[in-house]
Design a protein around this ligand. Structure first.
Ligand SMILES: O=C(O)CCC(=O)C(=O)O
Ligand SMILES: [Fe+2]
Length: 334
């Protein structure tokens, strides 16, 4: 099948961000990030400082969760999460470009109790998580959310530096209260590698930055300029990619690159995408980059998508997307 061919000549760069994590504004890292964001919009990070034991615990608990019966998993189904948009969805329950994905998963976000002003005001995608009834699951996910949110701020500082902006550019304007979405996915094995289905169909991510932990099985493919390329797992490295909002802010200079997943390993593949996105109520305006960059960007854009045209807040944008992904939950959030 032509769509399954991948070329391996292009490589996604691996960037050691330990100096950035240590609070240093290094031009070498900024340069690497800039190159990666202009080329494929994807890069691996190592030296990120996220505890391996925590990651291991998260993976073990997730396997335990998905190994349970469907009936048990449905006890925390998304319909019960209401407007907060949290909980479990079964295989086929989520659509990409109108097609059901071959995956099941859990949705989490920043944990807010009922007294929080956003919950009081009934703001969609804000609220309490639905945690599985498994010892240590809640604590592990909340710890992971906390350390990954911090890493998100750190990497966005690196991205700011890579654009010639001050390190706090995004934090000051767009991510004082970032919208955090965290998903845990289980991709069951395909019945045959030739099956016409996708774990996740081709798409771009909505927000600023996605930081993905994947297990050892692989399956994530990225649409590079030269064609589809694999993103093989690297031990203790996260895969980062640029979302639509950073594409918008940079006038397309940094790319929100299409990607997709096909699990041909014959086993259950787990992945853990963490989405670090703008404040829900932020309106995003193009950054005043040097004119030459923006001109270049216009020529290079990979499509004429509406990310540069839409008006409104990040919340408006993400809700319009979410309604297409889970049509039956649409009325909950809109
Ligand atoms: O599971 C993966 O490797 C990627 C998932 C993904 O692209 C997404 O959730 O947006
Ligand atoms: Fe994605």
């Amino acid at each position: 099948m032509a769509t399954q061919e991948t070329v391996s000549s292009v490589q996604i760069p691996v960037i050691d961000v330990s100096a950035l994590v240590a609070g240093q504004a290094t031009t070498a890292i900024a340069h690497h990030i800039r190159h990666a964001c202009c080329e494929t919009g994807f890069f691996y990070v190592v030296g990120h400082g996220i505890d391996e034991a925590l990651q291991h615990r998260l993976e073990q608990l997730s396997r335990q969760f998905f190994d349970q019966s469907l009936e048990k998993k449905l006890q925390i189904r998304m319909a019960l999460g209401g407007r907060a948009w949290r909980g479990y969805f079964p295989v086929g329950g989520e659509l990409t470009s109108g097609q059901p994905d071959l995956k099941e998963g859990l949705y989490f976000g920043t944990e807010l109790d009922v007294a929080h002003p956003s919950v009081q005001a009934n703001v969609p995608m804000h609220g309490a998580n639905l945690f599985p009834d498994l010892p240590q699951f809640r604590e592990t996910v909340l710890e992971y959310l906390a350390v990954m949110t911090q890493l998100g701020h750190t990497l966005m500082a690196g991205i700011a530096l890579s654009l010639g902006l001050e390190a706090s550019y995004f934090r000051d304007r767009y991510t004082t209260d970032p919208l955090i979405l965290f998903r845990i996915f289980n991709y069951p094995p395909e019945s045959s590698p030739e099956a016409p289905s996708w774990g996740v169909g081709e798409h771009t991510d909505y927000g600023l930055l996605t930081i993905l932990k994947q297990d050892a099985l692989g399956g994530l493919q990225v649409k590079a300029k030269s064609g589809w390329i694999d993103t093989p797992p690297i031990h203790n490295a996260f895969v980062c990619n640029i979302g639509d909002m950073l594409d918008r802010l940079t006038g397309g200079f940094y790319r929100s690159t299409p990607h997709r997943v096909k699990n041909v390993s014959g086993r259950n593949r787990l992945s853990f995408p963490f989405f670090f996105d703008p404040n829900f109520d932020a309106a995003l305006h193009p950054i005043n980059l040097k004119g030459v960059l923006v001109e270049e960007a216009k020529e290079q854009r990979w499509d004429n998508a509406s990310v540069h045209e839409f008006r409104g807040t990040y919340g408006d944008y993400v809700l319009s997307k979410v309604a297409k992904v889970f049509p039956e939950l649409r009325q909950e959030v809109l």
